[in-house]
Design a protein around this ligand. Structure first.
Ligand code: SF4
Length: 705
């Protein structure tokens, strides 16, 4: 803090997983301004367009939900009620369903934007006291393929690198990611590194020419869905050139022989044809990787959001393993997380298939440890419903009640019209929200107003395992409460003991205690220590107060053999393939200045200037064939529905492929703009992450009836 007039607080940007540090000034008139924190190890004072405009999302309270609302039946309008009335009724309904249909008749659907303390209490409530594992979050839509692959390859879901590896790497393999738009501050570090060291090599793999390609020495513009084939082909080329680390493979991995057999199943010529690139491009990528002293692979949704997302991840991690580029400076497989605290959710085990601190839900001993610690009911070994499964279960009546917080699934889930119908059919819907614009509110039986960023205290963990402490800076408007407090009040109404916390830090300390003797270990870490070190990377111990920069520096992995596993995944795609009726491949993604379903960025006029309206990108040859002109309204249809947007004709996208941004829905626009009206419900069989990057569609000019 400084001066008498304005107070300055440290916080962390609440948008992406980069986790930039910000200084928030509380002005005399109770509004805030935001600046990059020059002392922060992530961003050194820099902020991207979203971060620079954070204050507008908080200062504008015109859309905020201010008090609880409730209705006694679906035909009644919602009415203002007290917190006690809202939570008493919700507890009574939950108890009735649990008694009548069992604990799996209720579910919580949360968000990678929740704070760690919030995640922790929701997870404890449903798994440890209600006795169901029906908790999932929108992180399922984002990085669950990476979680599964890390666990399969390294033994646990552990990101091995730190951001400082960017300045130490001399080859970047950026695949299925557009960090120039989606992780801008990390990208600026890559840009600065390349400017200072022009010899470093940057390979970008993407079916589209994105802004990240502007820095690439090599852009592999592969056909959608062919990532595993490409990664295997690069693996083969590395082996053929002798550019692998045989000593590391022999001493610290298992599975190489089967892998070698697998990657030699296809010739480079065959792989190049499948991927739609040349053999020499594959060989050049292998040369750049093979000759690098530091090799950093970076990826995100292009790999994760796929019917074979786990296989794509595994095939990429293999490239780090066969070259020995892990656990050393400038090297490692680095999954960029999309959301600001997806990592915190992973720490507390806040998904349907996880337990706290990387314990295994299928391991009875692990379940007993957590059960004893929480002192609640028996923790079930059965995986709960994942994101898309929850809505299927609501649709067919297996699930009676759902509590949705901090996320807007009717824009973000695949096949959104189905999700809408599912909410319509649900017996009881609780929506814990900030904005009165969320599409889910139309289906709510109870609405609980939540506090927003800067209105509550807690912690978040960014993509490099860096924990930061966010201060409460201003009061929430009206009767809105912090999410963790709402959950704890509800738990007490249910009659559960163990939710009598005096502060958010009490929750944090309990979470930290549960990590003792696990790979995460933050036991003994409190807010004071995080503040003292500015931020801390887990695992933490008192000898190293800022935590641990890199994992696996001793080359001992978390598997039972202590060796990393080189898997041999299939490259067979399970997606909905194009055919005569639906001849185009649809892929979806983000734009630079918007975030998720635009409940925050949609309030900021500066951010709406970059790209004003929803659009569909199409190659000029395809547009010519369909007689479509630039900016003309078109209809994109799949077997599930349609989207009406303007065409953007661009040679940056491959022929036969079209692209829709994922942000637009009712918050800014209409549900006709919503990309997820048409996306596929196919999910990866292991991670259950949806196939947002591939489905079959057709396109035509919009005709008025
Ligand atoms: Fe916020 Fe991400 Fe931008 Fe950093 S890069 S300012 S965390 S949106």
């Amino acid at each position: 803090m400084s001066g008498d007039k304005n107070k300055i607080f440290k916080s962390t940007c609440c948008y992406c997983g980069v986790g930039c540090g910000v200084n928030v000034t509380l002005e005399k008139n109770k509004t805030i301004t935001v600046q990059g924190d020059k002392d922060h190890p992530v961003n050194h004072g820099m902020l991207c367009s979203k971060g620079l405009n954070l204050q507008y999302t908080v200062n504008d309270k015109s859309d905020r939900l201010l008090y609880p609302q409730m209705r006694y039946n679906k035909n009644m309008p919602l009415q203002r009620v007290s917190w006690d009335d809202a939570l008493n009724r919700t507890a009574a309904v939950f108890k009735t369903f649990i008694d009548k249909y069992g604990p799996n008749s209720v579910a919580f659907y949360a968000s990678g934007q929740c704070l760690t303390e919030e995640y922790y209490v929701i997870n404890k409530l449903i798994k440890g006291f209600i006795g169901s594992n029906n908790i999932d979050t929108n992180s399922r839509l984002c990085m669950s393929s990476a979680v599964t692959a890390y666990k399969m390859a390294l033994g646990e879901d552990s990101v091995p690198i730190c951001y400082d590896d960017i300045e130490l790497a001399n080859c970047f393999f950026i695949t299925g990611a557009n960090p120039a738009w989606c992780h801008p501050i990390l990208w600026r570090r890559v840009e600065a590194h390349k400017a200072a060291n022009p010899d470093i090599k940057i390979i970008v793999t993407d079916p589209r020419v994105t802004d990240s390609c502007s820095l690439a020495d090599l852009h592999l513009q592969i056909n959608p869905g062919t990532d595993v084939t490409l990664n295997h082909a690069i693996g083969r080329a590395l082996i053929e050139a002798g550019n692998i680390d045989s000593e590391f493979i022999a001493n610290h991995t298992e599975g190489f022989d089967a892998y070698q057999q697998k990657v030699f199943e296809r010739t480079l010529k065959e792989s190049a044809q499948i991927c739609g690139i040349t053999i020499s491009e594959i060989e050049l990528a292998a040369t750049y990787i093979g000759e690098a002293k530091g090799f950093l692979s970076m990826w995100t949704m292009g790999l994760n959001q796929s019917s074979i997302g786990v296989n794509k991840n595994l095939s990429l991690i293999n490239l780090n393993l066969i070259t020995g580029h892990i656990g050393k400076p400038g090297s490692g497989p680095f999954s960029l997380t999309g959301q600001p605290n997806a990592m915190g959710g992973r720490e507390v085990g806040g998904l349907a298939n996880l337990l706290p601190a990387h314990r295994d839900l299928s391991n009875e001993q692990h379940r007993l440890e957590v059960q004893k610690f929480w002192g609640g009911t028996t923790i079930s070994g059965k995986t709960g419903l994942t994101a898309t499964e929850m809505f299927e279960a609501l649709h067919d009546g297996r699930l009676k009640a759902i509590w949705i917080l901090c996320t807007n699934p009717l824009t973000s889930l695949p096949n959104a019209r189905f999700a809408e119908e599912a909410l319509k059919r649900a017996k009881f819907v609780v929506i814990q929200e900030i904005t009165d614009k969320a599409e889910t509110l139309a289906y709510a039986d109870v609405i609980l107003p939540a506090a927003a960023w800067t209105e509550k205290e807690g912690t978040m963990t960014n993509s490099e395992r860096r924990i930061s402490h966010l201060n409460k800076i201003i009061d929430a408007p009206g009767e809105a409460l912090p999410d963790a407090e709402i959950i704890c009040r509800f738990a007490k109404k249910m009659g559960y003991k163990g939710f009598e916390y005096n502060s958010m830090e009490d929750i944090y300390k309990e979470h930290a205690k549960l990590t003792y003797r696990t790979s995460i270990n933050i036991h003994g870490l409190d807010y004071k220590q995080i503040d003292k070190s500015n931020t801390v990377q887990w695992p933490f111990n008192k000898r190293s107060e800022s935590g641990t920069k890199r994992l696996f520096t001793n080359h001992l992995f978390y598997t039972s053999s202590k060796r990393a596993i080189i898997h041999s995944p299939s490259d067979q795609l399970n997606s909905e393939l194009p055919d005569e009726d639906f001849p185009f491949i649809l892929t979806t993604g983000r734009v630079r200045d918007h975030w998720h379903t635009m409940s925050k960025t949609g309030k900021v006029s500066k951010l709406k200037q970059h790209i004003k309206d929803a659009f569909m990108e199409i190659n000029p040859a395809d547009a010519d064939f369909l007689s479509i002109e630039d900016n003309q309204v078109i209809v994109v249809r799949s077997r599930r529905g349609e989207v009406q947007v303007k065409a953007k004709i661009s040679a940056t996208i491959k022929q036969g492929v079209v692209f829709l941004p994922m942000h637009w829905g009712k918050i800014l626009g209409s549900d006709l703009n919503r990309a997820n009206n048409i996306t596929s419900t196919i999910v990866d069989p292991l991670s259950k992450e949806p196939d947002f990057k591939y489905c079959a569609v057709n396109v035509e000019k919009f005709k008025k009836d």
